[in-house]
Design a protein around this ligand. Structure first.
Ligand code: R5P
Length: 327
C-alpha cells in the first residue's frame, strides 16, 4: 500500500536512529536539518517521500529539548507537504511527561500540548517508550504504540538476581510503584517503596518514608527516568545507611542532567543500567554505566507497523524473541 519504508532523523540522537536503520537493514533517509544564524530551524527532505511509510526518529531530551521538539514538528510538516503516505513520529523519550495534570493553580498540561502539536504538525501515528504516566497515551488524538523497556530490564537482571533471598527492589518514586512492583515480581524479589517530597519548585526532593523491608544485602533501585539524580542519590544514601552494601541503579530514560552521572557513579553504587532512548554524552560515560540498546526493539516494532503485524505480540507471545543489545 505504501511505496516503501523510510527512516529519518533530526539532530537529537543520530546514533540511535542509525542503530535503528542498521537493524532494519537500510540507510537513514537524507535530510538537511540545521539552524540559520537567526536561530530558526531549516529542514529539507532530500529524497522522494511521496506515498512512503515515513518514520521520523527524534528523542525529545535535553540539552536542547525545545530545539529537538521544533526540529521534529518542522520535519513532520515537511513530510506532510511532501505527500508522504503515512508519517510516524518516533519519540524514544517523550518530553514533558511529568506535566500531565493541573496539580497547582495556573499551570499548563504541557504533555497534552506537545501531543497535540505532534498530531497537528502532520504525524499520523506516534511510537514511544515508557511514558512517565500511561495515561499520556490518551493525550494524543492519533493512534500510536508505547513500548516498554520493562522486559529488556527484567531479562538483563534475571541471571544474577531472580529468586535471590538477599536482594530487594527499591522504587524511589511512588509514580513508578506499579511498574516497579511488576519488575520485582518478575524477578521474584520483594519490593520497598520510597515516599519522597518535593521542596517547592526547585526539583529537589527529600525522603519522607520507606515503606517495606530494606534489611537485605543487595538492592536494585529502579525508576522510569533519572533527571538531576537527586531522587536516586537520596535513595542510595538511605539504603547505605540502612546497611545495604551492593546497590545497582536502573532506569529507562537516562537524562542525567548536570553532574548526575558523576555523582551517581561516585556514590558507591556497583552499576548504573540505562537504555539508549537518550544520548549519553561522552563526558557522562563511566565504566559503571551499562547501556541496554533498545534500538533493535524499535526497529522490529517499525517493521511490524509497516507490515501490519501485531506489536503487542512482541511483549506477550513467549515465542517472539525480544531483540536487545548490551553495550
Ligand atoms: C518522578 O516523577 C520520576 O519518576 C523521577 O523519580 C524523577 O523525575 C527523577 O528526577 P531527579 O533525578 O531530578 O530526582
Amino acid at each position: 500500500m505504501f511505496r516503501g519504508l523510510s527512516v529519518y532523523t533530526g539532530n537529537a540522537h543520530p546514533e540511535f536512529a542509525n542503530d535503528v536503520a542498521e537493524a532494519l537493514g537500510q540507510p537513514l533517509g537524507r535530510a538537511d536539518v540545521f539552524k540559520f544564524p537567526n536561530d530558526e530551524i531549516f529542514v529539507q527532505i532530500k529524497e522522494n517521500a511521496r506515498e512512503h511509510d515515513v518514520f521520523v526518529i527524534q528523542s525529545l531530551s535535553g540539552p536542547g529539548t525545545s530545539d529537538h521538539i521544533m526540529e521534529l514538528l518542522i520535519m513532520l510538516d515537511a513530510f506532510r507537504r511532501a505527500s508522504a503516505g503515512r508519517i510516524t513520529a518516533v519519540m524514544p523519550y517523550f518530553a514533558y511527561g511529568q506535566s500531565d495534570k493541573k496539580d497547582q493553580p495556573r499551570v499548563p498540561i504541557t504533555a497534552r500540548l506537545l501531543a497535540d502539536l505532534v498530531g497537528v504538525a502532520g504525524a499520523d501515528r506516534f511510537l514511544t517508550m515508557d511514558l512517565h504516566q500511561g495515561q499520556v497515551q490518551g493525550f494524543f488524538s492519533i493512534p500510536g504504540d508505547e513500548l516498554s523497556a520493562f522486559l529488556p530490564l527484567v531479562n538483563y537482571f534475571t541471571d544474577d538476581y531472580a529468586g535471590r533471598d538477599d536482594a530487594v527492589v527499591v522504587v524511589p518514586d511512588l509514580g513508578f510503584a506499579k511498574k516497579g512492583r511488576n519488575f520485582a515480581e518478575k524477578l521474584r524479589l520483594p519490593t520497598a517503596f520510597v515516599e519522597k517530597r518535593r521542596r517547592g519548585n526547585t526539583g529537589e526532593t527529600e525522603i519522607v518514608d520507606i515503606v517495606g523491608d530494606i534489611g537485605y544485602r543487595r538492592a536494585i533501585i529502579i525508576d522510569d527516568l533519572i533527571n538531576t539524580g537527586g531522587t536516586v542519590l537520596n535513595t542510595v544514601n538511605a539504603l547505605k545507611e540502612g546497611g545495604i552494601q551492593d546497590i545497582v541503579v536502573a532506569c529507562v530514560h537516562a537524562l542525567l542532567m548536570g553532574g548526575a552521572a558523576e555523582s551517581l557513579c561516585g556514590s558507591g553504587i556497583r552499576e548504573l543500567v540505562v537504555t539508549d532512548t537518550v544520548p549519553l554524552a561522552p563526558g557522562k560515560r563511566s565504566d559503571k554505566i551499562r547501556v541496554l540498546s533498545v534500538a533493535p526493539l524499535f526497529a522490529e516494532t517499525i517493521r511490524r507497523i509497516h507490515e501490519g503485524e501485531s506489536v503487542g505480540a512482541l511483549f506477550t507471545s513467549p515465542t517472539v524473541q525480544l531483540p536487545l543489545r548490551v553495550r
